[in-house]
Ligand binder design. Structure first.
Ligand code: G16
Length: 574
């Protein structure tokens, strides 16, 4: 449908007061939904973004993509952005039908349609609903999350804002019908355009250009018999993508059982974080042994969790390493070649071993997908991942849950039909990095900050260097070879980022990392990461928690975690 109106819409300027707390975290600004809704909080943040965009674009009219994960306030937020974009010199908006577009899809659409960037309305894996969280993320023209230079500049503007501009008469745009609309705006020499698009189409096309769909179809329902799998979308944005790809494109309805594929504004009460705690429904479903493979996604579809038969858990660190070792199963990499690999600092060193064997470069960046963008743009890396259930490649500039699942199915179709056997073969070749993460979520008060401050002080004083500890649990000895506060200089543009987590490395290569989450919307969340390498095959089948208990007990002692946080156990263990 194409529609062009002759009426002129007027721009209204509304006074506002600046907020001091709109600094984006690891991935955008996340706050309680009510905070965004009240006092023009949302409008202020969007105005600051448009001001920044117009300043950096030198008033060249931008074309942008807008989408969200369907949580409470996404549709209202989309309507507000439309009104504000018209009044802030935006040339054209590609808007997701019904406001729904996964984060990887936003990245795909930005790249495919050559836009100047996009706005993603999501708090990702944080729970949604009026009493939970909302979020806003800005992406740049390469399709990736805005780097800190951009988010800091937007933040500066949020603190000086005096008014917001919008076209209130553009409030009732039909978000459900695909089509193009053009509007005349008073005071603008060019019209304002909107195109309502089906983001699933663009995304599916991209997936079909990367993977061999016939081969995956053949794995699922081919001549070797059915390969039953379970996909759980946790009531996030991925439902339509799952149904379209598995049931329509792969024609594998018989083999693919889906759950929670209807998007709900509160995610049906789910915490849409695909880990062993919050996606326990999938874990339970897998335990019965009826499915060979299981996967879950987060609210906005960029995270993934992979399970094998009977709930065999693939850590995100191992998932990255296994995919890196098997990229030749995927047509995209045969065609484009494989540059280096990258991981975030807390992610285990499993992929480092694949890099060493395959003679590829390995980059270690701070937590946050935004740090991979330059490396991909410069063709330094092809694949990257994070322990926080993110895996992706240079096909877009976001982590991509569906891509990870289709990659795994490609490996299963080519290498072995058992996830567990693939992992055992991988460990036999490379050894095993045992990894765990403890999360202490939503802690009130100054304790977590004081804990980190103390650890920073210990780094500066080099207090632990060469010190040998005997672990409180298990009586193991560890000697410290490095303790630092991780910092990073981007090899492409030289940008410098500091205070990205306390790292303690021991002589046997084991590592402990402490950092505060940058995605929580309430209190502080402490993350403790433990990574330990073993190359004794008799250990490979051992339980990771059991293997890492001594190292974790040492971490708790060094950080005095209980004293500072008042917590004697984590809320989530991965
Ligand atoms: C975001 C970022 C990821 C990061 C994760 C965890 O994920 O995109 O790069 O690893 O947060 O961050 P933190 O440990 O600071 O909470 P998502 O899926 O929430 O957008």
């Amino acid at each position: 449908m194409s529609n062009s109106e002759q009426v002129k819409h007027t721009i209204e300027t509304r006074p506002t007061k600046p907020f001091t707390d709109q600094k984006p975290g690891t991935s955008g600004l996340r706050k309680p939904t009510k905070t965004f809704i009240e006092n023009q909080y949302f409008e202020n943040f969007i105005q600051a973004y448009f001001d920044d965009l117009n300043e950096t674009n030198k008033d060249k009219q931008a074309t942008l993509v807008v989408g969200g994960d369907g949580r409470h306030f996404v549709r209202e937020g989309t309507r507000i952005i439309i009104q504000m974009a018209a009044a802030n010199n935006v040339k054209k908006l590609f808007v997701a039908r019904d406001g729904l577009m996964s984060t990887p899809s936003v990245s795909c659409v930005i790249r495919k349609r050559n836009t100047d960037g996009g706005i993603v309305l999501t708090a990702s894996h944080n729970p949604g609903g009026i009493d939970n969280d909302f979020g806003v993320k800005f992406n740049i023209s390469n399709g990736g999350p805005a780097p800190e230079a951009v988010t800091n500049s937007v933040y500066d503007k949020t603190r000086q804002l005096t008014n917001i501009r919008l076209c209130p008469t553009l409030v009732n745009i039909d978000l459900l019908t695909l089509g193009k609309h053009t509007y005349e705006i008073e005071g603008r020499s060019t019209p304002f355009e909107i195109e309502i698009i089906d983001s699933v189409d663009d995304y599916v096309q991209l997936m079909k250009s990367i993977f061999d769909f016939d081969k995956i179809h053949n794995l699922l329902v081919g001549d070797k018999g059915k390969f039953p799998i379970m996909i759980n979308a946790l009531s996030g944005v991925m439902g339509p993508y799952v149904l379209r790809i598995f049931h329509e494109e792969l024609k594998a309805k018989d083999a693919v059982t889906v759950k929670n594929c209807k998007n709900l504004e509160d995610f049906g009460g789910h915490h849409p974080d695909p880990n062993l705690t919050y996606a326990h429904e999938l874990v339970e479903d897998m335990k019965h042994g009826d499915f060979e493979f299981g996967a879950a996604f987060d609210g906005d579809g960029d995270r993934n969790m992979i399970l094998g038969k009977s709930g065999f858990f693939v850590t995100p660190c191992d998932s990255l390493a296994v995919l890196a070792a098997n990229l030749d199963c995927i047509p995209y990499f045969k065609k484009h070649g494989v540059h280096g690999y990258a991981r975030s600092m807390p992610t285990s060193g499993a992929v480092d071993r694949v890099a060493a064997k395959n003679q590829k470069s390995l980059y270690e960046v701070p937590t946050g997908w935004k740090f991979f963008g330059n490396l991909m743009d410069s063709k330094l890396i092809s694949i990257c991942g994070e322990e926080s259930f993110g895996t992706g490649s240079d096909h877009i500039r976001e982590k991509d849950g569906m891509w990870a699942v289709l990659s795994w199915l490609s490996v299963l179709a080519n290498v072995d039909r058992s996830v567990e056997k693939i992992l055992h073969a991988h460990w036999t070749t490379f050894g095993r990095n045992f990894f765990t993460r403890y999360d202490y979520e939503e802690i009130d008060g100054p304790g977590p900050f004081a804990m980190l401050k103390r650890l920073e002080g210990m780094c500066m004083a080099n207090e632990l260097l060469n010190k040998t500890f005997v672990t409180p649990y298990g009586n193991k000895e560890y000697t410290v070879t490095l303790m630092d506060d991780f910092h990073y200089t981007d090899p492409v543009d030289g940008s410098y980022t500091e205070k990205q987590g306390i790292r303690i490395v021991f002589t046997d290569g084991s590592r402990l990392v402490f950092r505060l989450s940058g995605t929580g919307a309430r209190g502080a969340t402490v993350r403790l990461y433990a990574d330990s390498y073993e190359n004794d095959p008799s250990t490979y089948t051992k339980d990771a928690q059991e293997m890492l208990r001594p190292l974790v007990s040492l971490a708790l002692e060094i950080a005095q975690l209980k004293d500072f946080t008042g917590r004697d156990k984590p809320t989530v263990i991965t």
